[in-house]
Each structure stands twice: as structure tokens, then as C-alpha cells.
Design a protein around this ligand. Structure first.
Ligand code: FAD
Length: 364
């Protein structure tokens, strides 16, 4: 039998809201809930993507103002972080380096007024009127409502055409890529991660080639739009689901096409680039900078019968305008909801739309 001490949240201690994921979306929601005085628990490895899976010498793709961890009073703005640490506050449209962003993340994590349980959910199942969450440590939690904010980690896309390669590394594993020295490397992809991997590999004296089927598009913000249209797109995310299908397709084609920031234009000008797949036997490593493929079945931490009972749209659970799936009290937020709330959800800016709204709904 489960030791009682490990069964947190049972009975009277039932957790009202369990937030699964401590990235920008989970933390932003937690900040809003905390300000409203609501009871919740948040689990996940805090800012895991940003601490461990971004290239150390890269810069963020988004501007400073659209990269902050949301808070009702903008307590955790990057400019606040700079001011509190005696740094020049700069301008909000600046793009900052990953090193500084990591310092900012540590600053935020040291201040948040709630605990984050730094571990993964292993299995979530639905009981009659609540959810049971088994964590990797074996601890069991019981929660009335659950918000899934697990981000990118479960959805790495590696095309099968690279199965012949001796070693394939997805660009998510930045630390492995940073460790490659003097190797023969093929980087695959036409987006920012490919550009950053190319740069790291060149710096580390690898012999590196680039395979990209399409031309990269260069942009200055994740959504390359005049500021007022950009803000409108974010504020109207709730209307996205009502747009005609053809318009949605068009918006995806302009917003979601993998593109890269202009600083890579010069850096990539003289690299050996192929538009058809070269012989993989000529490489020690293939870096698959081929993005993310959001599919419910990759979320194996959700019990199979729970997954099977959800109404789907394409490969992900259908969610309503309140972020709720067809299963009452089970919510999804973050990049996997792009098809319902539009391209801002792929970026941190989307959390500034989600957190204020969902926190109020969960308070009811
Ligand atoms: C390399 C890279 C660079 C990017 N650069 C930018 C940028 O410059 N600007 C921008 O706006 N966006 C950028 N993005 C997009 C990025 O996905 C979002 O900005 C943002 O990180 C998404 O936040 P999230 O909270 O949904 O997910 P994530 O940041 O992926 O965080 C997910 C959280 O869930 C936790 N988790 C995962 N699985 C489990 C589990 N089973 N149980 C419990 N917890 C779990 C993780 O530990 C983590 O805490 C980038 C993405 C990548 C991959």
C-alpha cells in the first residue's frame, strides 16, 4: 500500500489546481494565481528549456518585452531585473543573450512566492471526480483540476530519413551539440535552431555542412509584423478559432514557417549548403534541427484511457475558448495549442494572453 506520507493532496488536502510544467506558461499562470490568493501546486523542472536546452552564446528570438515571465504587475519584467541588478535597463524591443536571460530566470525563480516541485509527472489518470497524478519519485497527488503546460520536451521531431545516420542529435540537446569538437557534422533544417547549431559547430572546429530544403526567412520578431498588428494578434488570440479555415492556413504559412533572426544572414552566407540530402555516411553526427511535432500520443504521462477519451482535433485534444479539453477540469496551454489560439502560443508572449484569463476561470 502507498505510505500515507507520500499521498499528498488526498481527501481534505485535495489540490484545487495542479499545474504540470514550470516553463514560461506554467510559471506565468502560477504568478497570476498566487496574486489572486488561489491555492495550487506546480510541478516540473523550472525553466528547463531555458536553463538546459538553449545554446549558451545565442540570443533570444523574441524581444525583451515579449520574453518576460508574466505577472499581473509585471514584477518580473526583464527591465525590472536589470534595474534591480544595477544594469542599464535598455529598450523593450532589445533582443537579449541567452546568458543574461538565464540570469534573469534565476532572479525570477529566487523570488516567486510558491514552491515548485522539480520533477516530472509519470502518470495522470482520471478518477470519478478528481485526477490522480503519480510523479517520477513515486509520490501521488490528487487534484480537482489539472493544467498541462509541458511545452516542447515530449514532441521532438526527427524525420525517419535520418535513420541511416550513425548518430542523430535533435537540436533540443544543445549541451551535446556544444560538446562536439573536430567532428564531421551535418546540420538539417532551415530555422533558427539550425543557424545556431551551425554557428556552435563552426566555433568548435567541426567540419560542418548545412542541409536545408527551403530558403530561410529572416525576421525581426517571432511574428514579423508592425507592432500594432502584433499586439492585436496577441490580444485577439481568442478569436483565432473563429477565423475561416483558409485564413487560418494563410496565417500559419506566414507566421509558422521556420525563420531566423537577421544576425544569421551574414554568418550563414558562406557555409556549404545542400538542398538535397547528402550521403549520411560522410558524417559522424547529424543534427536534426527539424522542430517539434505536437501529438497527444507523445504525452505518455497521460494514462492511455484518459488520452483515448479526449475529443481530438488533428493530433491534439480539442480545447474550448477557456483552454479546457473535452474532459472537464483538464486544461492544455502553451505551444501545443497553437491551432486553437494562433501563432502567439508558440512563443512566450502567448502566456500573457493565457495566464490572466485562465487564472480567473480556475478561481471560480
Ligand atoms: C530552442 C528554442 C528557442 C526558443 N526561443 C524562443 C524565444 O526566443 N522567444 C520565445 O518567445 N519563444 C521561444 N521559443 C519557444 C518556446 O517554446 C516558448 O517560448 C516557451 O518556452 C514555451 O513555454 P512552455 O512553458 O509552454 O514550455 P517549456 O519552456 O518547454 O517548459 C515546459 C515545462 O514543463 C515541464 N515538463 C515537461 N514534461 C513534464 C512532465 N511530464 N511532468 C512535469 N513537468 C513536465 C518542463 O520541466 C518545463 O518546466 C523557443 C523554443 C525553443 C525550442
Amino acid at each position: 500500500m502507498e505510505p500515507m506520507a507520500e499521498k499528498l493532496g488526498v481527501g481534505d488536502n485535495m489540490i484545487p489546481v495542479l499545474i504540470v510544467g514550470a516553463g514560461p506558461y506554467g510559471l506565468s499562470l502560477a504568478n497570476y494565481m498566487s496574486e489572486l490568493g488561489l491555492d495550487f501546486k506546480i510541478i516540473g523542472k523550472p525553466m528547463e528549456l531555458w536553463r538546459n536546452h538553449t545554446f549558451t552564446d545565442a540570443s533570444l528570438r523574441s524581444e525583451m518585452a515579449t520574453s518576460e515571465i508574466a505577472h499581473p504587475h509585471r514584477t518580473y519584467s526583464i527591465q525590472n531585473f536589470r534595474a534591480k541588478n544595477g544594469l542599464p535597463i535598455g529598450i523593450s524591443s532589445e533582443r537579449i543573450g541567452v546568458k543574461e536571460y538565464r540570469q534573469y530566470v534565476e532572479w525570477v525563480l529566487a523570488q516567486v512566492p510558491y514552491d515548485i516541485q522539480p520533477e516530472y509527472l509519470a502518470n495522470l489518470s482520471k478518477k470519478k471526480s478528481y485526477f490522480q497524478a503519480e510523479l517520477e519519485s513515486g509520490a501521488v497527488l490528487e487534484a480537482k483540476q489539472v493544467v498541462i503546460a509541458t511545452g516542447v520536451a515530449h514532441h521532438l521531431n526527427v524525420p525517419t530519413e535520418f535513420s541511416e545516420a550513425s548518430d542523430v542529435i535533435h537540436s533540443y540537446y544543445t549541451q551535446e551539440i556544444e560538446a562536439l569538437q573536430g567532428k564531421r557534422v551535418l546540420v538539417v533544417g532551415a530555422g533558427q535552431s539550425a543557424a545556431e547549431a551551425m554557428e556552435v559547430c563552426r566555433k568548435n572546429d567541426n567540419q560542418v555542412h548545412w542541409y536545408a530544403r527551403k530558403e530561410p526567412r529572416f525576421y525581426s520578431e517571432p511574428l514579423d509584423l508592425p507592432k500594432w498588428i502584433f499586439n492585436l494578434v496577441v490580444k485577439s488570440a481568442g478569436l483565432f478559432r473563429r477565423l475561416p479555415h483558409r485564413l487560418v492556413q494563410y496565417l500559419f504559412s506566414i507566421f509558422s514557417a521556420t525563420t531566423m533572426t537577421p544576425d544569421h544572414k551574414i554568418k550563414l552566407a558562406d557555409v556549404d549548403r545542400f538542398s538535397s540530402l547528402p550521403d549520411l555516411n560522410n558524417y559522424d553526427h547529424v543534427i536534426s534541427a527539424t522542430g517539434y511535432n505536437y501529438t497527444l500520443n507523445h504525452m505518455s504521462f497521460l494514462a492511455e484511457d484518459l488520452r483515448n477519451s479526449l475529443e481530438m482535433r488533428a493530433a491534439m485534444p480539442r480545447i474550448d475558448k477557456n483552454f479546457m479539453s473535452s474532459m472537464r477540469d483538464l486544461y492544455f496551454i502553451g505551444p501545443s495549442t497553437e491551432m486553437f489560439f494562433g501563432p502567439p502560443m508558440k512563443f512566450m508572449i502567448g502566456s500573457q494572453y493565457v495566464a490572466p484569463r485562465l487564472s480567473k476561470l480556475l478561481a471560480r
